[in-house]
Design a protein around this ligand. Structure first.
Ligand code: FAD
Length: 359
């Protein structure tokens, strides 16, 4: 299981009345583990009297190109939310917070691509990281549509204005205020994206905004590989796995390996081939009662994961041969499934050979 680290908070900025940016120092010696791609997130352990801890993901808004080497997340209060309010109320410079290293697949394949970034509310956080990094390291054009309730809820307003002024040839930022224009419709989002149909699109925001934006992109024929979305959901499980009295999802998985509810479909052993970071790993002894992620980890393969509960998609793998069965899936939609995308943390094989790629 991935090691958590206690990071020291070095800065807290009140971006708006209900959003705080929290900056962490990376501990000496852990720099490689905390290197990240723009668009990735940290998983934070929020202390809880009730459950020991509540695990929540927060996207990094900082850029890996930042010279400071620090990590910044931006947490927006959720009405009646537990963890977001705790983070905004309790975390101060000098606080120490347990986190898991960066994870996630909401990242551009190339920083030189033209990027269409559609964000709503706190969904701007990973978009900011992508934007900052693309401007610093890439060469393409970047267009941001950022929807908010009203002017006071716009996070990073000054920074966006500064970047747009600094990069007039490459960056265009369009603010959409519900207080002025009403909620954006699918037709309006479609019209906005129509001239950018060749761009790589990234969508993050409240569920209704994402639904309309993704439908608009589909209307315009954006292929799956140029249409990325990040869903902000709260994890139900505990990927930290070591709180006394609390069962971790990893432990639950092991239990299910021993006493699977469903009989395995194939007798096994199964051949599994996965491509990860340009390297192919092949094994002939996958026990069909074992989840793919557990099996790969047991073989020493550092496959990506975060929630281990089928809720976050950090462990997504695209199958190119064979099939698996997922015990639980809260994030992949029908189109993802039709494209062969599966959650490694939830998958057991149903064919004798399974081949897939994490790229
Ligand atoms: C990949 C990813 C990236 C994300 N990035 C961001 C981001 O950049 N910024 C951002 O603001 N959000 C982000 N989110 C959303 C974030 O992870 C949380 O879902 C959000 O902050 C709401 O969490 P909450 O606990 O405040 O609210 P809720 O999850 O709505 O809180 C209610 C839940 O807390 C439980 N609860 C209540 N009291 C307690 C208690 N005492 N102990 C334990 N549990 C309790 C309740 O049972 C209930 O399940 C991201 C999510 C994902 C998956």
């Amino acid at each position: 299981m991935t090691q958590s680290h206690e990071l020291e908070v070095v800065d807290v900025v009140e971006e708006t009345a209900d959003a705080h940016s929290i900056t962490f120092r990376v501990p000496a010696g852990a720099e490689a583990e905390f290197s990240y791609k723009p668009g990735q997130f940290l998983t934070v352990a929020v202390p809880s009297d009730r459950d020991g801890l509540a695990a929540r993901c927060y996207s990094l808004c900082s850029s890996p190109t930042d010279e400071s080497g620090t990590l910044t997340i931006t947490v927006k209060r959720t009405a009646d939310g537990y963890a977001s309010n705790w983070m905004c109320d309790q975390v101060r410079p000098g606080s120490r917070v347990r986190v898991l290293p960066p994870s996630g697949i909401f990242t551009p394949a190339s920083l030189d691509a033209d990027l269409l970034l559609l964000a709503g509310g706190s969904g701007v956080t990973p978009v900011m990281s992508i934007l900052r990094t693309a401007l610093a390291r890439g060469t393409g054009r970047v267009v941001v549509l950022y929807a908010n309730r009203d002017e006071r809820s716009v996070i990073f307003a000054a920074e966006l204005a500064r970047l747009a002024a600094e990069h007039p040839e490459r960056l265009q930022v369009v603010h959409w205020l519900e207080s002025v224009q009403g909620l954006p419709t699918q037709e309006q989002l479609r019209a906005f994206a129509a001239d950018r149909a060749s761009y790589d699109a990234f969508v993050c925001g409240p569920a209704p905004f994402m639904k309309l934006a993704v439908a608009a992109l589909k209307d315009l024929g954006f292929p799956r590989e140029r249409r990325h979305q990040e869903k902000f959901v709260s994890l139900g499980g505990n990927p930290f796995g070591d709180v006394p009295g609390l069962t971790s999802p990893g432990e639950q998985v092991d239990d299910q390996v021993e006493v699977a509810d469903d009989e395995p479909v194939v007798a096994g052993p199964v051949r599994l081939e996965v491509e990860l970071d340009g390297k192919t790993h092949a094994f002939d002894d996958w026990d069909p009662r074992t989840r793919m992620l557990d099996f790969l980890e047991a073989k020493g393969v550092k496959a990506p994961w975060s929630c281990r509960a089928g809720e976050c998609s950090a462990c997504a793998i695209r199958l190119v041969e064979g099939e698996v069965r997922m015990a639980h899936n809260d994030v992949l939609d029908d189109e993802d499934l039709a494209d062969g995308i599966r959650l490694g943390c939830q998958s057991t094989p149903v064919t004798d050979v399974v081949r897939g790629s994490y790229s």
